[in-house]
Design a protein around this ligand. Structure first.
Ligand SMILES: *[C@@H]1O[C@H](CO)[C@@H](O)[C@H](O)[C@H]1NC(C)=O
Ligand SMILES: *[C@@H]1O[C@H](CO)[C@@H](O)[C@H](O)[C@H]1NC(C)=O
Ligand SMILES: *[C@@H]1O[C@H](CO)[C@@H](O)[C@H](O)[C@H]1NC(C)=O
Ligand SMILES: *[C@@H]1O[C@H](CO)[C@@H](O)[C@H](O)[C@H]1NC(C)=O
Ligand SMILES: *[C@@H]1O[C@H](CO)[C@@H](O)[C@H](O)[C@H]1NC(C)=O
Length: 495
């Protein structure tokens, strides 16, 4: 009996095994008809019509279209291209991919989050890599050379940021200045399709978005009068200036409770520039300054602030001129270029920290360095590689502890502005005054209902309610203390 039962058990087990068996090899060598090889469907956060890319699912292939460059990619898991795929296709790519080339170092950080950095085989320039683990293991990848056909044949996909070459194995990731920070980070879902890692991408993006929006929410009540203005500027090769108003910069500036400067933007001449920047609280310089012209004095000269008769604006005298060059590799290449596109949650915290050091007291600014302070730099080396997570999905993005923040109570000149700190009722639209003018009718009604409460049974329930409120208040305070400790730990990790 026992043997028979055991046999039955085994039988059932192997049938189950057989039924749940189909994996990649089945798709590659013997695809089962009507079997879905892409069971994990992409989950969008952006509504249809506003998305940068779209996916349609078929059993053995998916069709991915991108909006900006109007490209169509067919990603298939069978040994040969699907015959019934769309006629107009930019590239056919067999997935999951194993050998990846990247033209743009920002894609490297997306691969790392997905835990696919070991599949990176070619880069355009090894010296620019800032990731500690990829610096340490820089023998795992080589220099890319598009003219070498053997080399190109050995790759499965080549990620680039502009469609400089189309077709073949080239795939364009359209993240640029016109992409708001969160939408840029959402491209991790696109990249994950090539690795069959949609679920990893979803988990990572969800956390990044959640943290980002938590910070946006918590500073959304900073009153207009104490908002700071932030200008992102750049010296162009034709010696004109740009004040960045493209979506990435203006969107994240506003999300960080600051005002972007709005007026002229490109081809700015020096006099106009000085007028625009006169009232800027913070200026972030994005110019490509090459040594020996990368000092503060050179900057002042190049930006026309060393001309006699020009009075220095506050952002210079108060040392609020920043660059993105706080975190560099040994070769002085900037981690901002590699990591900021995938981590808007850190960009917004950096922006909040340089405006309001009191927002998260223990936060360590990652990218923005004070130009006036020479020691404000940290070098990333291979020694900082965490081997435990190398090649594995990263999902520790810290947590945003919800808290209300209503600014520092000062305007950009340092003058005090009234902040209603306790009730969280501040409106950023400057209509506090209107709210204070309570209509007389309400006062009478309020007094009357107050009278009803005081007389009769109302008195008793009021006392109970007050006691309950006090208990809750004490509890909340305790919880808050625990949460603050959490912030410290998270920030330690970020360091
Ligand atoms: C993708 O992964 C799922 C399991 O998560 C698997 O069932 C499916 O066959 C894989 N598809 C491909 C094309 O590798
Ligand atoms: C092309 O790339 C392959 C593989 O990396 C390499 O072995 C070969 O020497 C290269 N050929 C040329 C002409 O550079
Ligand atoms: C802070 O953010 C959290 C998460 O988004 C939210 O629940 C909380 O209400 C926010 N607090 C304020 C005062 O906005
Ligand atoms: C920034 O962009 C997101 C979409 O990615 C949008 O939801 C948000 O409202 C924008 N913020 C501002 C301040 O425009
Ligand atoms: C530095 O700036 C000066 C003056 O603008 C210019 O003549 C020189 O070529 C610059 N040097 C470099 C290395 O860019």
């Amino acid at each position: 009996m026992i043997i028979f039962n055991g046999y039955k058990c085994l039988l059932v087990f192997s049938i189950l095994c057989y039924l749940t068996r189909p994996v990649l090899s089945d798709c590659l060598n013997a695809p089962i008809e009507n079997f879905d090889y892409f069971p994990n469907k992409i989950a969008y956060h952006t509504e249809a019509g506003r998305r940068d890319f779209d996916v349609t699912y078929h059993n053995t292939y998916i069709v991915v279209t991108t909006k900006k460059f109007l490209e169509t990619y067919v990603l298939y898991c069978t040994a040969t291209r699907p015959a019934d795929a769309p006629v107009v296709t930019t590239s056919y790519i067999q997935v999951p991919v194993n050998n990846v080339a990247v033209y743009d170092s920002s894609i490297v950080s997306f691969l790392e989050i997905l835990g696919e950095e070991l599949k990176l085989k070619y880069v355009l320039d090894k010296k620019t890599i800032t990731s500690p683990c990829l610096q340490k293991h820089n023998d795992l990848y080589e220099l890319f050379n598009a003219a070498n056909t053997t080399l190109v044949a050995g790759t499965d996909v080549i990620f680039q940021s502009q469609p400089s070459i189309t077709g073949g194995k080239f795939v364009s990731i359209a993240i640029d200045e016109e992409t708001s920070a969160l939408k840029g980070a959402e491209w991790i879902k696109f990249i994950s399709l090539f690795f069959n890692k949609t679920d990893v991408a979803k988990e990572a993006y969800d956390k990044i978005q959640q943290n980002y929006l938590c910070h946006v929410d918590n500073v959304s009540k900073v009153p207009k009068k104490s908002k700071k203005s932030i200008a992102w500027v750049s010296l162009e090769s034709d010696n004109t200036f740009t004040i960045k108003q493209t979506s990435f910069y203006s969107n994240i500036t506003m999300d960080a409770a600051a005002d972007p400067l709005i007026s002229i933007t490109s081809n700015v001449e020096v006099e106009e520039l000085h007028k625009e920047l006169h009232d800027a609280f913070i200026v972030i310089d994005l110019s490509e300054l090459t040594p020996p012209n990368d000092t503060l004095d050179s900057w002042k000269r190049l930006f026309g602030y060393q001309t006699s008769g020009v009075t220095l604006p506050n952002f210079i005298t108060q040392k609020r001129l920043f660059r993105t060059r706080k975190l560099l590799n040994n070769m002085a290449h900037d981690d901002w270029d590699e990591t900021s596109p995938s981590r808007p949650d850190l960009v917004i915290q950096d922006l909040l920290a340089i405006q309001y050091p009191s927002y998260q007291k223990d936060y360590y600014v990652r990218w923005f360095d004070k130009f006036a302070e020479t020691g404000d730099v940290k070098i990333l080396t291979g020694d900082q590689c965490d081997e435990n997570t190398f090649g594995l999905p990263k999902n520790d993005f810290g947590t945003c502890v919800p808290k209300q923040f209503t600014g520092d109570g000062k305007d950009i000149d340092g003058n005090k502005v009234p902040v209603k700190a306790k009730d969280g009722d501040n409106d950023n639209n400057d209509n506090d005054e209107n709210k204070k003018k309570v209509k007389p009718g309400f006062i009478i009604a309020g007094a009357l209902s107050g009278a009803f409460v005081i007389f009769g049974l109302g008195t008793w329930s009021l006392i109970v309610a007050r006691r309950k409120y006090r208990e809750r208040f004490v509890k909340l305070r305790d919880e808050h203390e625990i949460q603050s400790k959490g912030v410290k730990e998270v920030n330690e990790i970020n360091k």
